[in-house]
Design a protein around this ligand. Sequence first.
Ligand SMILES: N[C@@H](CCC(=O)N[C@@H](CS)C(=O)NCC(=O)O)C(=O)O
Length: 234
Amino acid sequence: MALKYYFDLMSQPSRAVYIFLKANNIKFEAKPVALRKGENFKEEFTKLNPWQRVPVLDDNGFVLTESVAILRYLTSKYNLPEHWYPKNDLQRQARIEEYLHWQHLNTRMQAAMVFRQKLIMPVARQGKIDEAKVNRFKDQLPKIIDQLDKYFLKDGKYIGGNEDISVADLLGVCELTQLYPVFEEEIYMNNKNVKQWMERVRERLNPHFDDGHSITYRTREAYKTLGPKLGAKL
Ligand SMILES: N[C@@H](CCC(=O)N[C@@H](CS)C(=O)NCC(=O)O)C(=O)O
C-alpha cells in the first residue's frame, strides 16, 4: 500500500487526519507513533520528520508534515467532494482558510495547553497540577468559544456558513475534544451553538469520529479515578 500514515490518536491533528482518511474511505497503512513512549524521538521517525511531531503522511516516498497541508493534499489527490475544501469557490475557500490560520493561536494553542498542563506536566511534579498555568490558558477559552459562535458559526451549520462539513470543522472539533479527558468540556457545552456544531460534526462523521476518539474516551474514564497521576501511567 502506497500511503503510510504516522499518528497518535491522543494528538488532535492526528485524530483529524485519521478520521478524514476513514470517512473518505482512503486506504492507508497505519503507523502508530506512541508519543507517551517518546517514539517520536527515535532515529527512524526523526529521519522522516526532523520536528519529531505527528501527524506525518508518506505517499510512496513523498513525506508531508502539518495536518492542514496533509488534508489539502489528500483532498486534491483523491478529488474529494468540494465541501471538504472548496476549490471552485474562492470566497468559500477563503472562509475556511481564515479559520485554518486563526486556529493556531486560538482553539489549538489554548485547548492543547490546558490538556498539557493537566495531564502531561504533572508527570514531573508527582501528579500535582500548576493551577495558575492551567488557568492562564483556560481563561482564554470562553473568549475563543464566543468567537467561534459569533464569527465562524454565525450563519450556517458549519464554519464559514457552509451547509456541509469542511476540513476546518474537523480540525476545530478535534481540538476542542482534547478538553474532554480532563473534564473541561463545560467550556463549550455551555454554548448552545458550539455544542450543537460539535455534535453535528460527530454525527456527520460517525462511526469514524468515535473510532478516532476511542483513546480520548478511555482516557477520560481513567482520569476520573487517577486524575493528574494518570500521566505517569500512560
Ligand atoms: N502544526 C502541527 C502540529 C503537530 C503537533 O504539534 N503534534 C504534537 C501532538 S498534537 C506532537 O507530535 N508533539 C510531540 C512532542 O511535542 O514531543 C500539525 O497541525 O500537524
